[in-house]
Write a protein that binds this ligand. Structure first.
Ligand code: GRF
Length: 209
């Protein structure tokens, strides 16, 4: 069984969706860089081990990442799931977990990498928006996209309404993508990601509302 660690910084609604999904993998631990993150409460309620590793206690990014790395090794983790983890990871850490670490991003990657995606979608006047689950590589929000969910931007949408609507989609596609990693539907290889044994070109889009 695949052992999963979830990295969080905040509310942890995606963590909750993963917990509720009864994955064929096991969430063995949750790491937060913020002691006040509500996600820690969710993990404890579910009987999952937690670790608080506060980045501000470390002299630099690498030192912080080394402690996280050691915790992941202690838990014997196979897959790292970033769920609202608000720290940029060092190249050394990313390279150590290459092919074993995924993230969810609130945009239709490759569009709108980085922050403030909902505002940027509204500013541009895009008709479609959504979220993407992707492997994490050294380049921000640029690893192979696995799954995407799309919504139509309404005329009266605001940053808040888009954030809320995208969140609903995140809670559908993130557990699905993680399950597909756990059960081998997605396989990371040196030559690219396979979906049901075939090299992926486009993310799987299985939800459009
Ligand atoms: C989500 O919007 C996710 O796309 C982004 O951070 C947010 C996490 O929300 N990476 P939550 O903590 O899972 O509720």
């Amino acid at each position: 069984m695949i052992k999963i660690a979830v990295l969080v910084s905040g509310s942890g609604s995606n963590l909750q969706a993963l917990i509720d999904a009864n994955l064929s993998g096991q969430i063995v631990g949750v790491i937060s860089n913020k002691p006040e993150a509500y996600a820690l409460e969710r993990a404890t309620q579910a009987g999952i081990a937690t670790a608080v590793i506060e980045h501000k206690h470390y002299p630099n990014r690498e030192a912080f990442d080394d402690v996280m790395h050691q915790q992941l090794l202690d838990w014997d983790v196979d897959l790292v799931v970033l769920a609202g983890f608000m720290r940029i990871l060092s190249p050394k850490f990313v390279s150590a977990w290459q092919g074993k670490m995924v993230n969810i991003h609130p945009s239709l990657l490759p569009h709108y990498k980085g922050m403030h995606t909902h505002q940027r979608v509204l500013n541009t006047g895009d008709r479609l928006h959504g979220c993407t689950v992707h492997y994490v590589t050294a380049e921000l929000d640029a690893g192979q996209a696995l799954t995407q969910a799309v919504l139509q931007v309404a005329i009266n949408d605001t940053v808040e309404s888009l954030a809320q609507r995208v969140h609903v989609l995140e809670h559908i596609i993130y557990p699905q993508a993680v399950e597909w990693i756990c059960n081998g539907t997605f396989q990371y290889t040196q030559n690219g990601v396979l979906y049901r044994g075939q090299t992926m070109r486009e993310p799987i889009q299985f939800c459009k509302i």
